[in-house]
Design a protein around this ligand. Structure first.
Ligand SMILES: Cc1cc2nc3c(=O)[nH]c(=O)nc-3n(C[C@H](O)[C@H](O)[C@H](O)COP(=O)(O)OP(=O)(O)OC[C@H]3O[C@@H](n4cnc5c(N)ncnc54)[C@H](O)[C@@H]3O)c2cc1C
Length: 286
């Protein structure tokens, strides 16, 4: 085998999943659920929650279907090779909130954050029969079944992942679930093991320059005396996740392998900028 010095290793291409919208349901004023049918389910064996995500693909007008076969979804990887920079598809990460194998169905819950962007505005208007491409799935984290105490902390964008993780915990799990949303109107019903206390915290109750609501809630959680047996799943806005580092690693003396700490988005950045910044110090959560 020959290697070219300096050549970048090519990442394996994620499989493409062609999806059709089945329904849309408003879960709260700030979140909408889109239920999607998988067009060729036999091609997709690896959808095992929790914290599995896909990249949804948003195509530029005119690149949706091939002229030769208008019924067929285009091949994402072919489009990537063929299209010039300004017509390239745009991708957005979304959690698989639930996979229903007997109906070949995926549920995705989208934050309604306004008219900017692709994913949120698409979901707000999705109608049965609309088609979309996804790439994936990705995501490997699973909760340890024998953890003594589990903390799940998430903002709206990570609520779907947090609830998928919560549903994957054993019935004997003990710990806390802290979910940050804007106001009490954004609360959703949650079912949890009896030992997992669920608390919603509200940004609207915090002044603009104060400690973020989620950070304050994590500091005030009912932590056990020592770090042994603790596991943490904390996902959400990048700067809020950075603000949790001191609490988790310094004050609570947790090791890296006890913590899944992940930025899902960054305020004022599109996902493209957020992803590009991961290579820079500002983009690094861990
Ligand atoms: C692994 C993973 C899983 C994720 N799962 C989900 C999920 O299940 N549901 C979900 O809604 N999001 C999820 N996200 C976050 C989502 O990918 C980003 O929020 C993404 O930016 C949304 O794309 P967009 O096209 O709607 O907005 P963009 O075009 O990316 O951004 C447009 C503007 O909206 C702002 N913005 C983006 N997201 C938010 C937000 N949540 N709140 C306020 N302002 C925002 C941006 O800062 C920017 O100013 C996940 C991210 C990751 C990495």
């Amino acid at each position: 085998m020959t290697t070219t010095l300096g050549a970048r290793p090519t990442r394996p291409r994620k499989p493409q999943l062609n999806l059709t919208v089945r329904s849309r349901e408003l879960l709260s004023p700030s979140m909408v659920r889109v239920v999607l049918g998988i067009d060729e389910p036999e091609r997709y064996a690896d959808i095992v929650p929790p914290e599995k995500y896909v990249k949804l693909v948003f195509l530029r007008p005119g690149t949706e279907h091939s002229a030769a076969d208008p019924g067929r979804a285009p091949d994402y990887w072919q489009l990537k090779e063929d299209l010039p920079g300004d017509r390239q598809p745009v991708t957005r990460h979304l959690t698989i909130r639930r996979y229903v194998p007997e109906r070949h169905e995926l549920w995705m819950d989208f934050v309604l954050h306004g008219d900017d962007g692709f994913a949120g505005p698409w979901a707000a208007r999705a109608e049965p029969g609309d088609r979309i491409i996804a790439l994936g799935p990705g995501g490997k984290w699973t909760p340890a079944p024998d953890a003594a105490w589990t903390l799940i902390a998430a903002d709206d964008a990570a609520v779907p992942a947090a609830l998928a993780v919560l549903e994957a915990l054993p019935a004997s799990a003990r710990g806390e679930v802290l979910l940050e949303v804007d106001s009490p109107r954004d609360v959703q019903p949650v079912s949890a093991p009896t030992g997992m206390a669920v608390r919603w915290v509200f940004r609207s109750e915090i002044g603009g320059d104060e400690v973020p609501a989620l950070v304050r809630a994590v500091r005030g959680a009912g932590w056990p005396a020592g770090p042994e047996g603790v596991q943490v799943f904390a996902h959400g806005e990048r700067e809020v996740m950075k603000a949790l580092r001191e609490e988790l690693f310094t004050r609570r003396r947790l090791e890296r392998d006890q913590v899944s700490l992940s930025g899902y988005w960054a305020r004022g950045r599109t996902e493209d900028v957020f992803q590009a910044e991961k290579k820079l110090p500002v983009g690094q959560v861990l």
